[in-house]
Each structure stands twice: as C-alpha cells, then as structure tokens.
Design a protein around this ligand. Structure first.
Ligand code: AMP
Length: 394
C-alpha cells in the first residue's frame, strides 16, 4: 500500500475521502471538530507539495437529499480548522462540479456536498464511483472511520485511479492497530466493556490469540457471570450469549489468557444517579438490584494489571460512567491506562464511549493513540480485512 508520502502532488488534484461526519447541534453548529482537525495534516502535506485538494465526505444518514445534513453547515468550521478558505460546491458529481474542480489551482481546497445525498454512495455503485473519480488525479483515503464500509467513495472508487494512497491519519490508525495485533511489548492487556456482549464477542475471540490479560467490565460482564452460575439480579445480560461466553472462558484457559471479571460491583435499586446503592459480590446480586459499575476490589485488581502492562487496548466503559455515582470504575481504568502510558506502555483507546470518558476525565492526551474509528477499529481488531484498506492495495 502507498501512503501520501510516496506520491508526488505537484500540480495534481488529490481527491481525498475524509470523515467529516461531525456532530451538529440544533442550530447546525459543530459540537466537536476533532474529525476535521484529524484530516488537516494530510491536506497541509498535499498543499505543501504543490497540489490542490478536493474533499469528499458523508454527514449523517440523509436518506436522499436532505438540506439539514448539508456539508455547508460545517464549511465555516472547516475553514477555521484548516486556517484557509475552502470553496464549497453544492453537489458532488456532474458537469458543474467537474467545472469547479477544473478551475482550482495548487494550494486550493474545495469541499463537495454530502456524498450520501446519493443512494449510490452506500450501494458502492460503479457508475457513481466513476463520476466521482473525474474529480481528481490521485485518490487519497484518510477516512479511517468509514474504511469498514464498502461504499463508492471508500472502496469502489479506488480502481479508477492508477495513483492511490492512504492519508497520514489512515497511516497512523493502521499502525496503531498493528501495534496491538503484532505487539512486541508484553504483557498485552485488553480492557473490554460497554453494554452489549453480543457486539464484542468477535473481537474477544480474536484477542484471545493476542493478549495475556483480558479485563471484562461494564454491562457485558453480567452475561459471563450468569453463564458461570452467578446471580445478576436486574443487571443487563444477554441470555442467548451465555454458551458463547463459556466457550470464550474455556478458550482463554487453553491459551493461557487470564480473564478478569468483576468480583464486586456497585449495585443500584434504580437506573439513576440518585438511586440507593450498595457494594456487593458480582455473582450475588439480589433480585431488583442492578450492577452499574465495578466495585472497589475489582478496581484495584484491574488497575494493578493495567499498570503492569506494556501494551494496552481499551474499548468500552466499566460502568454507566455518564452518571457520576457509577463513573469511578471507568475513571480509575482511564487513569491507570494513562499512568502505564507515562511509564512507557503503548496504549490504544477506541470506541465512542471510552473516548468520551477520556475527555470527561481530562486524560485524552495521556494515552498513546485515540482511534477516530469505532466500528472500523473493532472490525480491524476482529482480524477482518477492511474494504477501504483492501481497495488501496490493488
Ligand atoms: P457499548 O456501546 O456497548 O460500548 O456501551 C456503552 C454504554 O454502556 C455506555 O453508555 C454505558 O453507560 C453503558 N454501560 C456500561 N456499563 C453498564 C451497566 N453495568 N449497565 C448498563 N449499562 C452499562
């Protein structure tokens, strides 16, 4: 695979797939510009090398043409992030767009309208991809967050370019996944949490061949606890997944992976911050009570393992961290990942909620890498080949 640094851009137009799918408030203000900022190094690099940039992205799920999800809402923020003027075109294919692209000069940045205004985008349409491909000399993919999708702009389009490459952001993301999957620094620890075990089973399966320790927290832990005969009261659990959880535990034993489940939990009578709570054994949660955070004993055990690790992956909170009362476990884990990183470990954190937790506890800059792609990161760690990355290799 080629990277931007392997290609000359002088007097060329780079058609860059970026991920500007940013959250907007009701007045169309950008709530978090991290994704726009993440694409800046690639754009700056191409301009610095004498090229021009044509940016294409999706925003939300517009289901046809939907002005509420126009990329013009993020134009001002994009100009601020890039510290330069950006030309906006209110379509992404067709003669008018081709004319506008033809007119740009080295150093210019042009942004196309939301790709998903066309259903052909998500269908991976050949003809739509071909039309898009007329808008650049080189195809650059820098949208890691969408590389697990076989869409027109992320995968199909690549075959219409003789020159194609990964941007600087995509390069970093690929490298960070590799740092986990083929880590040279042991012990390797994965911390997996969140609500649903069903969405995490494939990644756990793959990680069992890679990690030394697997720490399981959050709501998903209760399916494991129930599978082992524990009483989980009103905690969330997925009854149809108990057999698979038992199999994972057996596989871990065979492979010598140490699986750590919560020993104690903070249980609540109601799903609210002001609820009555008690600290109890994780396998003895009485009827009507629900485990909403890991308990202090578990916190100590998890944090000790994390601090002794040299490679760390964290995906998913340890409890309902959005409520202060149930945020201690997630906060302690985040702090331990940060401390281990300061002491030389490599750490990768991904998934919307874990990233939100890092921000909430002011630890965002204290880990080695925060992934910009939730689904794409999970699928990579499941061992899958992502369509957007595969397309750049052909
Ligand atoms: P996921 O999208 O599966 O990673 O789940 C993230 C969500 O899991 C967060 O919003 C947490 O509030 C929630 N969560 C974590 N622990 C628990 C728990 N013990 N019970 C219910 N929800 C939880």
């Amino acid at each position: 695979m080629k990277f931007v640094t392997d290609i000359g851009f002088k007097n060329k137009k780079a058609l860059i797939r970026v991920d500007f799918n940013v959250p907007l408030d009701n007045n169309n203000n950008v709530l978090d510009a991290s994704r726009i900022l993440a694409a800046k190094p690639t754009i700056d690099y191409i301009i610095d090398k004498g090229g021009a940039c044509v940016l294409m992205s999706h925003l939300g799920r517009p289901n046809g043409h939907n002005p509420k999800l126009s990329l013009k809402h993020i134009l001002e923020q994009t100009q601020q992030c890039l510290s330069k003027e950006v030309i906006f075109i209110s379509d992404c294919i067709g003669p008018d767009v081709e004319k506008a692209v033809k007119a740009i000069k080295p150093g210019d940045v042009l942004m196309l309208e939301n790709l998903r205004f066309y259903q052909e985008e998500v269908k991976g349409s050949e003809s739509f991809s071909k039309k898009l491909s007329r808008l650049g000399d080189v195809y650059v993919n820098d949208a890691f967050g969408t590389t697990h999708r076989a869409h027109a702009s992320t995968a199909t389009i690549a075959k219409y370019f003789s020159e194609k490459c990964a941007g600087l952001l995509l390069k970093k993301e690929i490298q960070s996944i590799k740092n986990i999957l083929v880590s040279k620094k042991q012990p390797v620890t994965a911390i997996i949490g969140g609500a649903k075990v069903s969405s995490k089973i494939p990644i756990i399966k793959n990680l069992l061949s890679i990690v030394d320790n697997l720490l399981i927290g959050g709501g998903m832990a209760y399916t494991f606890i129930k599978a082992q005969g524990g009483e989980v009261g009103a905690s969330i659990f997925e009854s149809e997944k108990t057999t698979e959880c038992l199999e994972l535990i057996k596989t871990a034993e065979k492979k010598g992976v140490s699986i750590l489940l919560p020993k104690d939990v903070i249980a609540a009578a109601e799903f609210k911050n002001s609820s009555t709570t008690k600290t109890i054994r994780a396998s003895k949660i009485s009827q009507g009570w629900m485990g909403l955070d890991i308990g202090p004993e578990t916190e100590i055990e998890f944090c000790k393992t994390i601090k002794e690790s040299k490679t760390i992956l964290w995906n998913g909170p340890m409890g309902v961290f959005e409520m202060k009362r149930f945020s201690n476990g997630t906060k302690a884990v985040a702090a331990s990942v940060a401390e281990a990183t300061t002491n030389g470990a490599y750490s990768l954190v991904g998934g919307g909620d874990s990233v939100a937790a890092l921000k909430k506890f002011n630890l965002y800059n204290k880990v080695s890498r925060v992934s910009t792609g939730g689904g794409a990161m999970l699928e990579s760690l499941e061992g899958k080949e992502l369509p957007g990355i595969k397309a750049l290799m052909r």
